[in-house]
Write a protein that binds this ligand. Structure first.
Ligand code: ADP
Ligand code: ZN
Length: 359
């Protein structure tokens, strides 16, 4: 097992990455200032796969465990489901010191995180991510939220967990498409910040896709390390943290226009290619690096071309994105592989041209 510390003053916490970790969490939580109760929030699929081993470990460590289940799917990221969970917590006599363990993918992490952040003004949260996407991205950094109306993640709060436990063993049951979904964020993180990790991915992508445990462990550890470093420098996303949105401004628009037929990672992959093309058109990024990016995205089984969709609609959707100001577009560009920056000075006409003229 490897440990990483996220240094955030009094809100600092550890990320633990390795195999066979679910069973050990109970022991790690014992002896902290927690109550004798523990609550696991999970979805029905993950419940069937991993709740028992986590529950047993907690019970062996002396916790009285309650498991709360929601159906899988983004629709559960709602105030309605949060409301039901508040009822369940009350019924389980959860206290201010009762740890809530979010066992599942990003949906569970965001939802259970939001519930833990708000119930009794905040109860201790332990993130136990079981998708690659959640292990490398959404469980780290303290963003919690639910959706509201048509808007994703619009009701939420920054709330740091007490611990993040990424058990690589849980990835074995993950469908391939979910693995690729997470690899998009992995590639993004390397592309914006760490060239040697990018090269490692280039060499080991096939092994990652074959669920090779030690490669996946390095993938999770290194991506988490980079994300943690960025979050430490800019917890509330007033500056640097924005570079994690590389590929996301266009990606979110593509995701929305596809009516969420495309997965987040697929849309982000296309968004990364678009942002690279824009960087190149502005003569900031070398063509060679675009080719490298394209190759690695392809290796991960992710799309590199605009799908057959209304590109005007993508452009319209982008202008509604909260990161797009009136006449200037705020955008993450690449200088080279491993080096991204936020630019406020992008000519909207160029973005439109790259998007609409693509493919
Ligand atoms: P994310 O936002 O992390 O991509 P979700 O929370 O939407 O993921 O989970 C994606 C799907 O994968 C859900 O149906 C969930 O139940 C399922 N899932 C999560 N973790 C695992 C796992 N380790 N093995 C198999 N399926 C999983
Ligand atoms: Zn993302």
């Amino acid at each position: 097992m490897k440990k990483l510390k996220v240094e955030l003053g009094t809100c600092s916490y550890e990320i633990r990455v390795g195999t066979g970790l679910l069973a050990r969490i109970g022991l790690w939580l014992k002896g902290r200032d927690f109550s004798g109760k523990a609550v696991i929030i999970t979805d029905t699929i993950v419940e069937g796969l991993y709740a028992e081993v986590l529950e047993r470990g907690l019970a062996n460590a002396g916790f009285d465990v309650t498991i709360l289940e929601v159906p899988p799917g983004e629709e559960q990221k709602s105030l309605e489901t949060a409301g039901r969970l508040y009822d369940d917590l009350t019924e389980a006599y959860a206290e201010r010191t009762t740890p809530v363990l979010a066992l599942g993918g990003g949906v569970i992490g965001d939802l259970a995180g939001f519930v833990a952040a708000t119930y009794m003004r905040g109860v201790p949260l332990i993130q136990v991510p079981t998708t690659l996407l959640a292990q490398v991205d959404s469980s780290i950094g303290g963003k919690t939220a639910v959706d509201h109306g048509q808007l994703k993640n619009i009701i939420g709060v920054f709330y740091q967990p007490k611990m993040v436990v990424a058990d690589i063993d849980t990835l074995k049951t993950l469908p391939e498409i979910e693995l690729a979904n997470g690899l998009a964020e992995v590639i993004k993180t390397a592309a914006i910040r760490n060239k040697s990790f990018f090269n490692f991915l280039d060499i080991n992508m096939n092994k990652a896709l074959q669920y090779h445990p030690s490669v996946l462990e390095t993938v999770v550890l290194e991506t988490a390390r980079i994300k943690a470093e960025i979050v430490e420098k800019d917890e509330k996303e007033v500056g640097l943290r924005g570079i994690l949105n590389y590929g996301h401004t266009i990606g979110h628009a593509i995701e929305a226009v596809s009516d969420y037929e495309l997965k987040h990672g697929q849309a982000v992959a296309i968004g990364m290619m678009a942002a690279a093309k824009i960087s190149s058109r502005m003569e900031i990024l070398d063509e060679v690096d675009i080719v490298k990016l394209e190759r690695i995205i392809e290796k991960a089984g992710l799309p590199t071309e605009m799908p057959d969709m209304d590109k005007e609609a993508v452009w319209q959707a982008m202008q509604h994105d909260k990161k797009v100001a009136q006449d200037r577009i705020r955008f993450v560009l690449l200088r080279s592989i491993g080096n991204a920056f936020i630019s406020d000075e992008i000519d909207p006409a160029l973005v439109e041209e790259v998007l609409v003229g693509w493919g």
